[in-house]
Design a binder for this molecule. Structure first.
Ligand code: MG
Length: 302
C-alpha cells in the first residue's frame, strides 16, 4: 500500500482502495476547479472552473471547454432525466441544460429577493432539486460578481418537482456548501464551510433527518473535516461518504468516523465517482483535475 497516496485510519479502508493504483492528473491550468459530474451514457465528465468562467469537459482523454462564459458556474449534477443542473455564482441561479442545449432557470429568487450565489445541488428521487446558497459568489469579482446580499440567511433550498416552488429547508448553516442524501433519502448531509469567513466558523458536515420527503429536522454535526474543509462530497454504493478536504479526499463511515485519506497535492475541492463501473474517482483541485481507480462504486444517484 502506497504510504504516499493513502493513509489508513481504519482497517476497513484498506479494502476500499486499490494497491498500486496511480493518481492521474488529467488536466491542469484551472483557476479554481469545482463541481464534477459524470455522464455514463456518453462517458463524459463535466466540471467547473469558477474564476475561469467556464465549464470544462473530459471525454476520451481529451479536455475541451464545454461552455464559456458559464456565469461562474460552481456545483453541477444531473436530474432524474439525465439533464445537467448547474449552480451559477454570477447568474445567482440554478439552471437546467435541456436536451437541445437551451437553458431553463430553475431558481433565481426567494421571496422576491435574489439568491446569494448557489453553490452545490442534488436531486432527490421524487425529482425535487435541493441546493445550497452561501454568498461566496458575490463577495468579490473573482468567484463571481461582487454584489450586496439580499437574503438574510444562507439557506438550503428545495425546489418542488411538481410546481417549481422554492422553499428554505434549512437556515442554520453559516456557509452551506456541498450536499448529498443518504442512500435511503432519510438523511441529508450538508457541509458548512463558515470558517472561511470567521476564524471560529464551521468546518464540518451537518446531517438532518428528512421529514415527509420534503422537510428537514434534527440538525446536528456529523463530522469535522480538516485540514481545509468539506467543500463537496459523494456517497458510494454502501453509503460511505467520500469528501474533499485540504489534504485530498477523506472517507467517512455512515456514523461519521474517518476511515482513511487519499492524499492529493494542493487538496481537493469536490469529487464524483465515474467511469462505466462508477469506480473511478474524479477529483477537482484548485488547479487540476485528478482521477483514481478505487475498489468502490459510487452510488447510482448522488
Ligand atoms: Mg462547493
Amino acid at each position: 500500500m502506497s504510504d504516499d497516496l493513502f493513509e489508513i485510519c481504519d482497517e476497513a479502508f484498506r479494502k476500499f482502495v486499490l494497491f498500486g493504483a496511480e493518481l492521474e492528473c488529467l488536466y491542469t491550468g484551472l483557476q479554481f476547479g469545482e463541481g464534477p459530474v459524470y455522464f455514463a451514457d456518453t462517458d463524459v465528465l463535466i466540471w467547473s472552473d469558477i474564476p475561469g468562467n467556464r465549464l470544462m469537459r473530459y471525454v476520451a482523454g481529451q479536455v475541451s471547454v464545454f461552455r464559456s462564459p458559464s456565469n461562474h458556474a460552481n456545483g453541477n449534477t444531473r436530474d432524474r432525466e439525465g439533464r445537467l443542473l448547474t449552480c451559477e455564482h454570477s447568474g445567482r441561479r440554478v439552471t437546467r441544460t435541456e436536451y437541445d442545449g437551451s437553458i431553463t432557470v430553475i431558481a433565481d429568487a426567494y421571496r422576491g429577493k435574489k439568491l446569494n450565489s448557489p453553490n452545490d445541488v442534488v436531486v432527490k428521487s421524487d425529482g425535487s432539486i435541493w441546493f445550497t446558497d452561501p454568498y461566496y459568489g458575490i463577495l468579490n469579482d473573482q468567484e463571481g460578481v461582487k454584489a450586496p446580499r439580499e437574503q438574510r440567511a444562507c439557506n438550503v433550498f428545495r425546489v418542488d418537482a411538481r410546481d417549481g416552488s422554492i422553499e428554505s429547508v434549512a437556515d442554520d448553516c453559516e456557509m452551506p456548501n456541498g450536499l448529498a442524501f443518504s442512500l435511503d433519502e432519510q438523511k441529508l448531509y450538508v457541509s458548512d464551510t463558515g470558517f472561511t469567513e470567521s476564524s471560529d466558523g464551521a468546518r464540518h458536515i451537518r446531517v438532518y433527518d428528512v421529514l415527509d420527503g420534503e422537510r428537514l429536522t434534527r440538525s446536528r454535526v456529523f463530522a469535522e473535516v480538516n485540514p481545509g474543509c468539506s467543500d463537496g462530497f459523494r456517497l458510494d454504493s454502501e453509503g460511505f461518504i467520500w469528501t474533499s478536504a485540504g489534504d485530498g479526499v477523506q472517507c467517512l463511515s455512515p456514523d461519521g468516523a474517518l476511515l482513511g485519506r487519499i492524499k492529493v497535492p494542493a487538496g481537493v475541492t469536490n469529487l464524483t465517482f465515474g467511469g462505466p463501473l462508477r469506480n473511478r474517482l474524479f477529483m477537482t483541485g484548485p488547479t487540476s483535475l485528478w482521477a483514481l481507480y478505487t475498489n468502490r462504486r459510487g452510488a447510482l444517484i448522488t
